[in-house]
Structure formats: structure tokens, C-alpha cells
Ligand binder design. Structure first.
Ligand SMILES: C[S@@+](CC[C@H](N)C(=O)[O-])C[C@H]1O[C@@H](n2cnc3c(N)ncnc32)[C@H](O)[C@@H]1O
Length: 245
């Protein structure tokens, strides 16, 4: 009687962990989110019940309902897999689900996943840190829950860190404008990686001052900083970096 809080990785089924795959194959029930692909769900035990709790505007799956569902399933089945995109604890509300299960006395495990915050830039050839270019990385949500404190973008403009923004497409114009108001150079490179690691992966590269005029769609990871100019899938760029040492 265990609920496993499992990370599905960024989308490519080959980036699923061995542990996640094995749990899927043994699951009685799989409770999944919008970002978990059909290819990954196809790996589940053929007799497993699949329950979609993906949150979209207008749907009724509040976090409280999902918590209650997990508690109830955890009391009925020996192996419940609660699978989410990326890592369950990176903007995934896995922490809230773990707390709810613990309070209800339902056993659970945590199975880390490869987060899109790092894997999606990497799949586009962008190293979020690089000894010659950036020594720090900050992962930020572009979307704040109602009532929570909003992100101080001007303060982030003053750090020397690569900024990796998740859930930032809708507020891209505000984010870029605030970063520039905080002093970040208007020519700072930006990369928007849409559907990273999937067949439909698409990368858009621009400068910060162009970002307010871009219509980006979800799911995308936005990278802001000098590394966003790099594409290390291209051996010529690697050669340039080596020569710069
Ligand atoms: C609710 S957050 C969940 C993050 C997830 N827990 C993780 O560790 O990757 C969803 C956001 O992750 C990003 N994301 C997840 N998968 C992605 C992908 N394959 N390509 C681009 N962005 C992705 C997008 O910014 C999306 O809006």
C-alpha cells in the first residue's frame, strides 16, 4: 500500500529513470499530469488504471482533490504511481502531496526525475553553467500562485547568474521589461526552448529587448544570460570556447 511520487523527466521517454519505468510496469493505478506524454503512459502495466488529473484552466482538479484521491487510492491499492513531468519537487507540488499523504498515514516514496530546468536547455545545446561564461544558475517560476509574493525580477537582474524560467511564457513581456528596468543589459541573450527533448523541440534565440514582442507558447523553458547564446551541439562553438581559454 504505497503511493510513489515519481518524476517522468522532461518528455523524451528515454529520459525516464529505470526506477520510474519499473514502477510504471508494476502499477495498479497511474495518476498523471498534463506534461506526461502518451509514450510514457504506454509503458505502464496494461491492466493499470490511468487517471488524468492534469490541471487546465476551467478543470475541477484542484490540488486538494488530487491529494484526497491519492490518499484514497493509497488505502486501496498496493502500488499507486503518481507521475509528474520533470522532477516531482521542482514546481510540481510534489511536496504538498507528500505532506498530505504523511498526514493521512499513507506510505509514500519519492522518485526523483530529470528536471526540465536543466535537461531542456541541455537538449538545446545550452549549458546552464559554464566555467568560462556563467558560474551560477537560478531557477525561477514565471507564474505565481494567487496571494503569494511575486518574483522580484529587478533583484534577479543584479545577480551574475543564468536565469532559467519555467512557466514564464505568459508573462515574458513583463519579465523582460522588469529585468531591463533592474539593469540587465538589453542585448543579453535569451533562448526559449519549446517542447524540449521531444520530437517537436523548437529553439528560439533572441536578445532581451526583443522578448516583449515575442509570442511564446507553453511548455517552454526560458534561459536568460550569456550561455543562452551557446549551442554546444555545434562542434564549431565548442572549438571557439576551447580557443577562448
Ligand atoms: C508545473 S512546471 C513543472 C516542472 C517539472 N516539475 C520539472 O521539474 O521539469 C511546468 C513547466 O516546466 C517547463 N517544462 C516542462 N517540460 C518541458 C519541456 N519538455 N519543454 C519545455 N518546457 C518544459 C515549462 O516551463 C512548463 O510550463
Amino acid at each position: 500500500m504505497t503511493v510513489h511520487l515519481v518524476g517522468a523527466g522532461p518528455g523524451d521517454p528515454e529520459l525516464l529513470t529505470v526506477k520510474a519505468m519499473s514502477l510504471l510496469q508494476h502499477a495498479d493505478v497511474v495518476v498523471f499530469d498534463r506534461l506526461v506524454s502518451a509514450e510514457i503512459l504506454a509503458l505502464a502495466c496494461p491492466t493499470a488504471e490511468l487517471i488524468n488529473v492534469g490541471k487546465r484552466p476551467g478543470t475541477s482538479h484542484t490540488q486538494e482533490l488530487i491529494n484526497d484521491l491519492l490518499i484514497s487510492l493509497g488505502r486501496q491499492h498496493s502500488c499507486v504511481v503518481r507521475i509528474k513531468g520533470g522532477d516531482p519537487f521542482v514546481f510540481g507540488r510534489g511536496g504538498e502531496e507528500a505532506e498530505a499523504l504523511a498526514r493521512a498515514g499513507v506510505e509514500y516514496t519519492i522518485v526523483p526525475g530529470i528536471s526540465s530546468a536543466f535537461a531542456v536547455p541541455a537538449a538545446a545545446g545550452i549549458p546552464v553553467t559554464h566555467r568560462l561564461v556563467s558560474r551560477a544558475v537560478t531557477v525561477i517560476t514565471g507564474h505565481c500562485a494567487q496571494g503569494s509574493q511575486s518574483v522580484d525580477w529587478r533583484a534577479h537582474a543584479r545577480t551574475d547568474s543564468t536565469l532559467v524560467i519555467l512557466m514564464g511564457t505568459e508573462r515574458l513581456a513583463t519579465i523582460a521589461t522588469e529585468l531591463m528596468a533592474g539593469g540587465l543589459d538589453a542585448s543579453t541573450p535569451v533562448a526559449i526552448v519549446h517542447n524540449g527533448t521531444r520530437d517537436e523541440q523548437h529553439v528560439l534565440r533572441l536578445q532581451l529587448h526583443e522578448a516583449p514582442f515575442i509570442q511564446a507558447s507553453a511548455p517552454s523553458v526560458i534561459v536568460i544570460g550569456a550561455v543562452a547564446d551557446l549551442d554546444l551541439r555545434d562542434p564549431r562553438q565548442l572549438a571557439q570556447l576551447v580557443n577562448a581559454r
